[in-house]
Design a protein around this ligand. Structure first.
Ligand code: PXP
Length: 237
């Protein structure tokens, strides 16, 4: 199991004052030095946290793997083809949301997605889709030809009752197993933290987790290196 660290909220702190610190690029380098297997950032249409300058510097500096989360818009498509991250993760995006509100409706947007995926792949970028743990959606991911999927663990992470948590965990398990049987590489993420990550780590079909908020929140208390190392200890066993 690998860990990719999302550094968006380091940029959120910087943007709160439109200041020059904290520096997301430094956070990414510290995360890598602590053992993270990849760095994730989400360039949003409203630029609320990560800026294009961050993305370019991340591309130049990080040595592991850069995963750019982005909406399927012409603007982001052009940026991705210029910057060439290792992976593009296609996510739904709405201006009013506090964070990504669920997986992409792949089944309902196959034609739209088919316009974006092959040109990105031709540019040497692996393409992922953030998807809810739902049979129809996972099958649609296979049909649109992505290289990998990231299963949304948000409903699992947010469940308050144990019964609901187990139900959503089982949905993630089933989706991971289906995706793997369809030949897709399987990642997972959203809402994972130091307390709820273990049952997800135990799903053998999932090869990578993408975790942001919990690591940045802990980094504010103990520093980035320590926060990443603590999560790595849980994720890699
Ligand atoms: N995966 C995707 C597709 C996301 O949009 C996010 C949030 O940016 C994450 C994972 C990480 O979620 P969290 O910040 O809750 O760990």
């Amino acid at each position: 199991m690998r860990l990719s660290v999302n550094i968006d909220h380091i940029a959120t702190i910087r943007q709160a004052r439109r200041a020059s610190e904290p520096e997301p690029v430094l956070a990414a380098l510290l995360a890598e030095q602590a053992g993270a297997h990849g760095i994730v950032c989400h360039l949003r249409g409203d630029r609320r946290h990560i800026q294009e300058r961050d993305l370019k510097l991340l591309r130049e500096t990080i040595k592991t793997k850069l995963n750019l989360e982005m909406a399927t818009t012409p603007e982001m498509f052009d940026i991705a083809r210029k910057v060439k991250p290792d992976v593009v993760s296609l996510v739904p995006e709405s201006p009013d949301e506090v964070t990504t509100q669920g997986g992409l409706d792949v089944a309902g947007h196959k034609k739209h997605l088919a316009r974006y995926i092959p040109p990105l792949q031709k540019a040497g970028i692996r393409v992922s889709i953030f998807v809810d743990p739902d049979r129809q959606q996972v099958e649609a991911c296979r049909q649109v030809g992505v290289d990998l999927i990231e299963i949304n663990t948000g409903r699992y992470a947010e469940a308050r009752k144990e019964k609901d948590r187990q139900k959503h965990l089982e949905e993630v398990r089933q989706a991971a197993s289906l995706a793997c049987s369809l030949g897709l590489e399987v990642h997972a993420g959203h809402g994972l933290d130091y307390h709820n990550v273990q049952p997800i780590v135990e799903i053998k079909e999932i090869s990578e987790l993408s975790i942001g908020f919990a690591i940045v929140a802990r980094a504010a208390m103990v520093g980035m290196s320590q926060a990443v190392k603590e999560m790595l200890a849980l994720v890699t066993g």
